[in-house]
Design a protein around this ligand. Structure first.
Ligand code: ADP
Ligand code: MG
Length: 238
């Protein structure tokens, strides 16, 4: 991989820095008017952190996630994730870097409706380094660990919202990503289901999985290791 290797091995409190966002900015042009969706964001995330990003609608949360998820290009700044500068990865290599380093969780689950829970998780490993013969076993283990051992062959429409979100968590974990990005992952579920999803995130982070969650819900943020506020594209690390 030609992407730059640098800068994520600093230590503090015994925890490795897994991601460094440096002076990250995104300006959209609407008509002829610039919209500063993100201004000079600096965030340091340590391995195993369960980090919440909170802010009102239009404050830049989705923009930040899209930039870190390499779905959008930054106007300025850097994102160094697990030793790779995401902002300098050539376009052609982005799908692979994204697949290997980042797991995505969406508010609406985004599962493939024609595939079973097992097949949805397996599919995430289709182009990955997991050997073909091991993919089904790994998908099964992940789903079983999330309490879905008796739902392996169910299609998304045959699952509750909470179950669908657990399938999507299993899918996000499939390639052992350095970072999980979740955009309002509990936006569509009742409070009991929300609490169980948050508990899963907490347990994963205690095992060393780094998770960044965008949420409106103070009950979710309360359970995170740290919550950052974003307002008008300005975010302050603490
Ligand atoms: P949030 O997710 O916090 O609601 P967004 O990141 O979606 O906020 O948006 C931040 C700002 O950037 C808003 O003012 C929004 O209108 C603007 N914006 C987002 N995407 C685009 C785009 N593709 N083109 C122009 N403006 C955009
Ligand atoms: Mg948004």
């Amino acid at each position: 991989m030609s992407a730059e290797k640098s800068g994520t091995d600093g230590h503090k409190d015994g925890q490795k820095v897994i991601m460094k966002v440096e002076n990250l900015s995104k300006t959209y042009i609407r008509g002829k008017i610039p919209v500063h969706a993100l201004r000079c964001a600096c965030i340091t995330v340590r391995k195993g952190e369960f980090l919440a990003i909170m802010g009102p609608s239009g404050s830049g949360k989705s923009t930040l996630l899209a930039l870190i998820g390499t779905l959008e290009k930054a106007t300025d700044g850097k994102i160094i994730l697990d030793g790779t500068d995401l902002t300098s990865v050539p376009e052609k290599l982005l799908p692979r870097v994204r697949r290997e380093k980042i797991g995505f969780i969406f508010q609406h689950y985004n599962l493939i409706p024609t595939l079973s829970a097992l097949e949805n998780v397996e599919l995430a490993m289709r182009f990955s380094r997991v050997p073909k013969k091991d993919r089904r076993d790994r998908a099964k283990t992940l789903l079983e660990d999330l309490g879905l051992g008796d739902r392996l062959n169910h299609k998304p429409t045959e699952l509750s919202g909470g179950e669908q979100q657990r399938v999507s968590i299993a899918r996000a974990l499939a390639n052992r990503p350095a970072l999980i990005l979740a955009d309002e992952p509990t936006g569509e579920v009742d409070s009991k289901t929300r609490d169980s999803i948050v508990r899963i995130f907490k347990e994963l982070s205690e095992k060393g999985q780094t998770i960044l969650v965008v949420t409106h819900d103070p009950e979710v943020a309360k359970e995170c290791s740290r919550a950052l506020q974003i307002t008008d594209g300005l975010i302050k690390d603490n």
